[in-house]
Structure formats: structure tokens, C-alpha cells
Design a protein around this ligand. Structure first.
Ligand code: F6R
Length: 368
């Protein structure tokens, strides 16, 4: 039930601190990640030479964040493949390949077919799923459940946060098993425990601000989203949420692609969200994104930045600044996505749309 909320989506966005906390619970021992469901399955991770993460839609954006996490901690190459593209060519997979599928419902036909195909080719399979006993986990060698609780709204929100959380845990678990973690991993494990509170802080601090912003933009016809590193999948997710529930044209780009084409789209008044990576992690990446902001601003874009608290470098060029708390690079997506979800929801509401039941979409796509 919706409780006191105006929509399931509003309720599920608000439940994200819990979704993250419940997904972490029971999977941290001291300063290490130990996922009990993977007990005795070390050989899934030790004998492999590559990982392919396969999924559709929002889950495929969580997969892109997972790629960064698994490569960083488990030191194994990771590719992300849309499930519906995966088996319609002749992919190079075998028993040295771990195919990780991600699905909220566990019933998405495209993803299920990709998993079956991978198994037939001899790959090892692991499912990240939110629905106990669903078809995809049953068809996989192993499963790591996300514990977001049932997601009713068609547009995925808390399941996405739980998927990213599970992939961070999987990366740290794999890294431990493979012996590839460095000393900084223990700090990240400690920081995981603070995540639910940080997500709650973004909700508390930015819901009203971002909703107001959306209210002013109800007539907007197109919104662009830029991000770099793990901010890139968040840009893609911000754009998808807006398309799905507010029927506004939206596109996400890797910020570095701007000058290779998309900058031609910028005209005066064009709203552009920019996910700014923390300057504490890489001054170079941060400065590159700030110069992207300058470039679009010089062409008249209306720039809305999502930046960490205290990042003053963005102030001279931003029309609006949305703040997120400080976090490690791979944890930032969990904070940056929240204002984008709120924005899409508020804009759809301002247009008088039903955010839970967008046109033409079903919660679970059980046909190919
Ligand atoms: C977007 C959305 C879809 C799903 C996709 C995969 O808000 O909900 O893009 O993420 O259809 O669904 P699952 O995760 O159930 O396989």
C-alpha cells in the first residue's frame, strides 16, 4: 500500500535508505564483505578471465556502475552487454567467463534468454535479483538478492539503488576471494555503512529544491544529462526516468563526448544536468567536467549541477546547484541519482501525469 504517499514511486524513492541498508545487512564481517549466499562458490570468481554483466534498461545502468566496481576491486575485465543484443551475435564466452545478470523482477525475457544462452555456452552465471525464487535466479549458478522490497511503480528507483549496492558488495567480495584488494578497500567497507544515512540526507535536503525546479520547467521539451566515470550511467538513468514518466525528450551523454557531436544541440535555454565528480578523487576529471560546463554555459545552456558539498568550482557557471554529501567515487552514484529521480517525478506530476503507470510500459517485460 501507498501509506501516506501520493504515489508508489514517491514511496519507493523515499525507501531508498532502507533498500540500501537491507541489501548490505548480513554481508559485512569486520572490514570485509562476505556474501553468505556465495559461500563455497569461490571458484566462480577465481578461475575466470572476464566478466560480462547483462541486463536491460535501468538495470543495465546499474551494470555500468558494477563494471567500474568489479574492475577496480577484483582486477578482472568487465563488459556490459544489453541482454537483447548479447545472444544475437557470436560472443566469445566459455567456462572462463562469469556472466552476471541483473534484474529487479527476475522475469525479464530478454535477460533470461541471455542467461540461458550463456549457460549453454559453458559460462558461469550469477544473478543479481530483487524477487525471491524468480526464474532468472533459478536458471543461474548463484544469486545475490537485492533487498529493496517489492517495487510497484513501473519506473525503477529503489531497485536500482539496491542493484548498485549489491554490485559494490559483489566487487568487494570478488576482490577478497581473488586476493586483489588493497588497503583502501577496508575504508570503503566502513563507508558502506554510512550510505543509507547519506541517501536520507539527499532526500531531506534536496526534495523541495529539486521539486520546485521541476515545477518551473514543466514546459521544457528536452533535457540533457552529462556525466563522466560513474556519473555517466547516472546521466543515462536520469534521462531514462524523465522519458519514462514525464514523456519529455531526454538524453544522457558521457561528458567527454560533448565535443564529438552533442554540443551542437546546445542552444540558449537548453536545460542540462551535469553530474560533477568529486575534486577530491581526481582533480583532473573534475576539471574536465568543469570545463564542459563552461563550454555549454558559453552557448547559453541552463546548467543544473549535481556536485558534492563544498565544491565551489562549479558555482560561477551553474544556474542551479544540487548538493550531495561527500563519498568515495564508486559510492557517489547512489547519492547523485536521487535528485534526478525526484526531478522526473516532480516534472511528471507538474504535467498532471500518473507517475506510477506511464503509458505504453509494463513493470515486467516478459516477452522478447
Ligand atoms: C526503468 C525500468 C526498466 C527496467 C528493465 C529491466 O525504470 O524499470 O528499464 O529496469 O525493464 O527490468 P528488470 O530489472 O525487472 O529485469
Amino acid at each position: 500500500e501507498k501509506g501516506g504517499w501520493s504515489s508508489f514511486m514517491a514511496k519507493e524513492v523515499a525507501e531508498q535508505p532502507e533498500a540500501v541498508a537491507n541489501t548490505i545487512r548480513g554481508r559485512v564481517q569486520g572490514d570485509q564483505v562476505v556474501i553468505p549466499e556465495l559461500d563455497g562458490l569461490d571458484d566462480l570468481f577465481t578461475g575466470i578471465r572476464r566478466v560480462i554483466i547483462t541486463a536491460c534498461g535501468t538495470a543495465s545502468y546499474a551494470a555500468l556502475v558494477g563494471k567500474y566496481a568489479i574492475e577496480q576491486w577484483a582486477r578482472v575485465p568487465v563488459d556490459v552487454e544489453l541482454a537483447h543484443e548479447f545472444r544475437y551475435r557470436d560472443p566469445v564466452i566459455g567456462d572462463d567467463t562469469l556472466v552476471v545478470s541483473i534484474s529487479q523482477s527476475g522475469e525479464t525475457m530478454d535477460t533470461l534468454m541471455a542467461v540461458k544462452y550463456a549457460r549453454e555456452r559453458g559460462a558461469r552465471t550469477l544473478s543479481v535479483c530483487n524477487t525471491q525464487g524468480a526464474t532468472i535466479p533459478r536458471e543461474s549458478d548463484a544469486v545475490v538478492y537485492t533487498h529493496a522490497g517489492p517495487e510497484v511503480a513501473v519506473a525503477s528507483t529503489k531497485a536500482f539503488s539496491a542493484q548498485i549496492t549489491a554490485l559494490l558488495l559483489l566487487g568487494l567480495h570478488m576482490g577478497r576471494v581473488r586476493g586483489s584488494l588493497d588497503a583502501s578497500a577496508a575504508d570503503v567497507v566502513a563507508e558502506l555503512q554510512e550510505l543509507p544515512e547519506k541517501v536520507a540526507q539527499v532526500l531531506a535536503d534536496e526534495t523541495e529544491h529539486v521539486s520546485q525546479l521541476a515545477g518551473w520547467m514543466a514546459d521544457t521539451r528536452s533535457v540533457l544529462f552529462l556525466g563522466r566515470h560513474v556519473g555517466y550511467p547516472i546521466a543515462l538513468e536520469g534521462a531514462l526516468k524523465l522519458k519514462e514518466i514525464s514523456y519529455i525528450h531526454a538524453e544522457g551523454f558521457a561528458a567527454g563526448e560533448l565535443k564529438h557531436g552533442p554540443i551542437a544541440l546546445i542552444e540558449p535555454g537548453q536545460p542540462v544536468f551535469v553530474i560533477v565528480p568529486s575534486p577530491r578523487h581526481s582533480a583532473l576529471i573534475h576539471s574536465k567536467v568543469v570545463s564542459n560546463i563552461q563550454e555549454i554555459r558559453a552557448r547559453g545552456a541552463r546548467v543544473i549541477v549535481v556536485a558534492e558539498e563544498g565544491d565551489a568550482a562549479v558555482l560561477p557557471y551553474a544556474d542551479e546547484v544540487i548538493r550531495i554529501p561527500l563519498a568515495s567515487p564508486l559510492l557517489e552514484p547512489l547519492l547523485a541519482v536521487v535528485p534526478l529521480q525526484i526531478f522526473a517525478m516532480a516534472l511528471a506530476t507538474a504535467k498532471g501525469l500518473d507517475v506510477d503507470q506511464p503509458r505504453n510500459l509494463a513493470k515486467s517485460v516478459t516477452v522478447e
